[in-house]
Write a protein of this length. Sequence first.
Length: 399
Amino acid sequence: MPTKPSKGTCFVIMPFGDKTVNGIEYHFDDIYENFIKETVASMGIDCVRCDEIGDSGWIHTKMFTHIYDADVAVVDITSLNANVFYELGVRHALKKNVTVIIRQAGTPAPFNISGFTIIEYKADDPVSLKGAADKIKGMIESGLAKVDNVDSPVFTVLKSLKVDNKQFIKQKEIFLFSLEKYPDKQIGIITGDLQNIKDVDVWVNSENTNMQMARPYENSISGVIRYMGATKTKAGKIKEDTIARELLEAMEGDTSVDPGCILYTSAGELTASNNVKRILHAASVVGQVGRGYSPIDTLSECVRNSLEALDDPRKLASENLKSILFPLMGTGTSNKNAQDAAKDLIDAAISYFEENKGKSNVETVYFLAFYKQDLVLCERIMRSHESLCPPPEDTVISS
């Protein structure tokens, strides 16, 4: 059934109930409900405070989980509460961004955080609350848009520190955006595990310029496609390495291809299991001795060249392939930030449709979002794109 998608989650760190600070009584539950929660929820972000979590179990387990999982944290330091500062420290240690600190005007800031950006508000002044709400939304929008942004002092100083904040999406959902000029053409997002996708004609495999597929059990798209496309024994062992063999044959004796080159093979056993008709292999990364693999400079060419292959009478046009799925090439390791890398891919698909005046065999271009961060990133780009129309009534297709 269609559902209304969330654009993320926010965990609010603040006091509960009524507290007296510097002789003034503040009603923090009212501040939360009518100011903080209302501001965050207006952005389509789910907002929760620790006392709202209904699950049973140790309170610290729930608190740490939400501090770690939340896309956004809003921290009210007005009461100078020790628990609030403790949780702020945990947040800074676990998340490099997006943490927004606020306080009632006139509240002093301890020395250790005096250099941070702190948004002030006056609880009894509607004009002040409106201005503070706009600033909070601005910081959240900016922080979420710049995936590589860092507002944690821990991550700022300890640049080599790595915490895996990626949240894998288990459920398969489809978000579709129509082109304004050509409504029969769509740009979409599919979430979840690649192995569960059964409604796209063509999968794109992000490959190296040597067109050497990953080993079947590696945690990569190339490895998954190789294994799923192979003929296997009853015990699940590869009997015929179909796609890897066909890719080697397509190389015609060459040891490498140009960056952005597209070769295509059958989908092997993926045709029976996932209704995939073709695999396109895009030369999207290049290897260097001692440095490993890095994305090519023109990843958008992989999108354009793939779409051209599906429309080229000398290649795949006769097969009338209607849909294609791209991984988010370059968003994890590109020299660009993830926002720019993803936008380049999406722009390339939109530009192809527009330049061809909607006359393409392809009707839908999908991008695969394994992680929640990928979904938020792509959805934000698509919703703000001047060439795209958002889904009617903000609906998505769940399965």
